[in-house]
Design a binder for this molecule. Structure first.
Ligand code: HEC
Ligand code: HEC
Length: 246
């Protein structure tokens, strides 16, 4: 037979367990880390790319051209593109953190010391980790030259350098359009491997927007505005921002 003090002790213990369970379930969830919040925010924003035809209502060709370029900017400034168009060090993920391990362009964009190809192969490779689901890959995987860096720049600055043969790889506007519409490495942006948000719209839509922009005079936005977020210390601007653009 149990004594009343034993019964009391059991009752007190059960009460303590009950309270502990209540406290555990009632406790608010951990707030998302700034990085996770930025990723979620960006994913929510990565929704749509308007077709070129959506801009037909803008009567003034110059204004239409600028609006078309701003729409192209949704792709250009997207992490799938801008992560590989840095001043010097590539970025990873939707939060655009610096590439781990830190890697640099090297003489030809394919890496300094440790070539990109030691990890990036001819295609996306499934690794199935909890953080890294796939290692991105493409036969031409390498950094865009410094003159084509987009991180830390405004859309107006990117537009100007994109049109400048001295900085765009000696391309005419028609060749820029062809690169946007058909280049296979650009196309990776819509086939980035599991665990990565694709660039908005489709590559064909980007090609049509670029053509319509050229047809309306390839006008650039006025100077100023948001810079493409970057953590690259080599970027001209030290703007370390996690706010998505676009
Ligand atoms: C030591 C291995 C390794 C080397 C060397 C390496 N990478 Fe990576 N890289 C990775 C891994 C792994 C990922 C995927 C990380 C993730 O998804 O979080 C990645 C992701 C990236 C991404 C991000 C893709 C995206 O849209 O988020 C870019 C850009 C990139 N690498 C460029 C390069 C370039 C350019 C080089 C050579 C200059 C290079 N990497 C060298 C392992 C490497
Ligand atoms: C893995 C790295 C990588 C990714 C990802 C990438 N690029 Fe590039 N990009 C390059 C390289 C390398 C060049 C230089 C190619 C050349 O000149 O032949 C380049 C050049 C360009 C050019 C030529 C003109 C200029 O001034 O920049 C355009 C346009 C371009 N990329 C658009 C894009 C778009 C749009 C995306 C995303 C949908 C993208 N790139 C994603 C590496 C990348």
């Amino acid at each position: 037979m149990r004594t009343s003090s034993e019964i009391l002790a059991v009752a007190a213990a059960s009460l303590a367990v009950l309270v502990a369970v209540r406290v555990a379930t009632a406790a608010p969830a951990d707030p998302p880390s700034p990085t996770a919040a930025a990723v979620l925010n960006e994913m929510r924003q990565t929704v749509s790319l308007k077709p070129a035809s959506a801009f037909g209502g803008i009567a003034d060709p110059k204004a239409r051209s600028v609006a078309l370029f701003r729409e192209m900017g949704k792709v250009i400034t997207h992490p799938r593109c801008a992560n590989c168009h840095p001043a010097e060090h590539p970025a990873q993920g939707n939060d655009r953190h610096l590439h781990m391990p830190l890697v640099s362009r090297g003489p030809d964009g394919h890496g300094e010391g440790l070539p990109c190809a030691s990890c990036h192969t001819g295609g996306n490779v499934w690794v199935g980790g909890t953080r890294i689901v796939t290692i991105p890959g493409h036969p031409n995987w390498g950094l865009a030259p410094a003159s084509m860096a987009w991180q830390g720049k405004t859309l107006a600055e990117i537009c100007a350098q994109l049109k400048d043969p001295a900085r765009n790889g000696g391309r005419t506007l028609a060749q820029i359009q062809d690169h946007m519409a058909h280049d296979d490495l650009v196309g990776w942006g819509w086939n980035p491997g599991a665990g990565r948000t694709p660039a908005p719209g489709t590559q064909a839509q980007l090609g049509e927007l670029t053509q319509a922009w050229i047809d309306t005079g390839a006008v650039c936005p006025a100077p100023g505005g948001t810079r493409v977020p970057t953590h690259d210390p080599a970027a001209k601007t030290a703007a370390v921002r996690l706010t998505p653009v676009g």
